[in-house]
Structures are given as C-alpha cells and as structure tokens.
Write a protein that binds this ligand. Structure first.
Ligand code: DCP
Length: 231
C-alpha cells in the first residue's frame, strides 16, 4: 500500500504583511473566552475581536446557529462555512504597528475542533466536509493567518456545562455533555498532544476551571507575557 501523504506544512506561500501581533483565545464552549477577552479591553493597544455570534443568529433573517443545533446533518456545513468566513475576516483585518490583535477563536479551531467533530461523529455529509476542507486548504496557502500566541482556556466539560446553563443561550439548550467532552478531547489533541500537526504558535494553557475572581488573577499575572510588552 502507498504511504499516507503527510499534510502540507503551514508556511507555504504565505505573504508576510504583518506588523502587529496576533493572539488567539481558544477553549471549549463556556470555558470563559468572553471574560478573558473583556479583561484586555482596558489596554488601548489591544484590539479585541469577539466572535460575531449575533450575526450567526441573524443571517438574512435566519438563525444559522439554531438551525445547526436543530439539524446538524443538514446545516452544519453551511454554518461552519459562515464561521470560516467570520474567522478569515478577523485574521485578515488590519494589524496596526505596535498593537496586539486578540481573536476569540480562529480558523484553526474551526478546522481542528468543530469540523473534526462533525467528521468523526458523521454529522456532516462527506461531500460537504470535502468542500469545507477545500476552503481551508486555499486559505492556508493564500491568506495571512499567522498567529503569535495561542491562549488555551482549559476547563473541564462539567464546568462548561454549568456555565452554559447559567448564561442560558437558547440555541444551546439541548447540547449534551458528550458534545462538550468530545470538543474537550479535540482541543487537547490539537493543543496539548500535537495530534493535529504543527501548531501555528506557542500555547499558553490556563486552568479555566477556577472561579472567575481566581481566573482573573491568573489572567492579570500573565497579561505582561501575553502582551509581550506592547501595552
Ligand atoms: N460554534 C460552532 N462552530 C465553530 C465555532 C463556534 O458550532 N467553529 C458554536 C458553539 C457555540 C457558539 O458557536 O454554540 C459559540 O461558541 P464559542 O465557544 O466559540 O463561544 P462562547 O461564547 O460559548 O465562549 P465562552 O463561553 O468561552 O465565552
């Protein structure tokens, strides 16, 4: 049998037009990414780009997030296509010199966690998955999606469930614990165990099981490292 081809390296043909730095904030649903990002709004040299969840909930009058949770087989490809576009816009948005851009999630977690979950759980038709992969392959080779640091807010699936219950986003009402367990494993596989190939940047892992005041103390104590002297 012919050997399995290795995935293309991340560096191919990437234009180097960046000036400022980019940090991506990753972690399971309900791990506390919003809290983390809000902390950094106090720095004038930090630009925080949150996921446009409200846009996903109203795309020409359609709630794409809700459709995806109600019927993943039918809608997840369209939804991940929309998320991919949102992420690409954030990666591509201008980087001013001496500033730090902080993104909630990235094109990488779309691919390595959400698309991978859909593929594994056979929730996405194979042709839909292949089309999405083609988008990602093209982006990899033609867009500047480089990042300088990945902050991984690592919380147990049980903690995430509790936080999701508290915030009560109606679209997520039926999300089972197993879904969060799978996403947790996929984040770990990608960011801790190197199972998804070369990482685009170093990873800072924070214990996001801690309660809010404690986590904020950790964030404050790491802020200097995260900002890299920019603010
Ligand atoms: N989502 C998805 N596919 C993606 C990205 C997000 O299905 N590629 C979904 C999962 C959630 C919603 O979108 O239902 C928003 O999820 P996030 O975990 O990205 O954002 P939260 O607001 O839940 O983050 P946190 O609670 O950590 O602040």
């Amino acid at each position: 049998p012919s050997p399995t081809p290795s995935p293309p390296r991340l560096e191919v043909n990437r234009p180097r037009t960046r000036t400022g730095k980019t940090v991506i904030v990753e972690g399971n649903i309900g791990s506390g990414k919003s809290t983390f990002l809000n902390y950094f709004r106090r720095y004038k040299n930090v630009e925080v780009l949150k996921e446009p969840v409200d846009e996903w909930k109203n795309i020409a009058g359609y709630n794409a997030l809700d459709l995806m949770y109600k019927d993943a087989k039918r809608w997840s490809a369209a939804f991940e296509c929309l998320v991919t576009l949102s992420m690409l816009k954030h990666h591509a948005s201008s980087k001013r010199p001496h500033t730090l851009k902080m993104l909630e999630r990235s094109i990488y977690s779309t691919r390595h966690c959400f698309m991978e979950n859909l593929r594994e759980s056979q929730l996405i038709p194979s042709v839909d998955y292949s089309i999405l992969k083609e988008y990602h392959k093209w982006i990899d080779h033609h867009e500047d999606i480089q990042v300088d640091l990945i902050v991984y807010l690592r919380a147990s699936p049980e903690t995430c469930v509790q936080r999701m219950k508290k915030r009560n986003r109606s679209e997520e009402a039926g999300v089972p614990l197993e879904y969060l367990q799978t996403l947790h494993r996929l984040h770990d596989d990608w960011l801790l165990h190197g199972k998804r190939g070369e990482l685009p940047a170093p990873v800072l892992v924070l214990d996001a099981d801690k309660d809010l005041p404690e986590l904020q103390e950790d964030i404050a104590s790491y802020s200097h490292d995260i900002l890299g002297g920019l603010a």
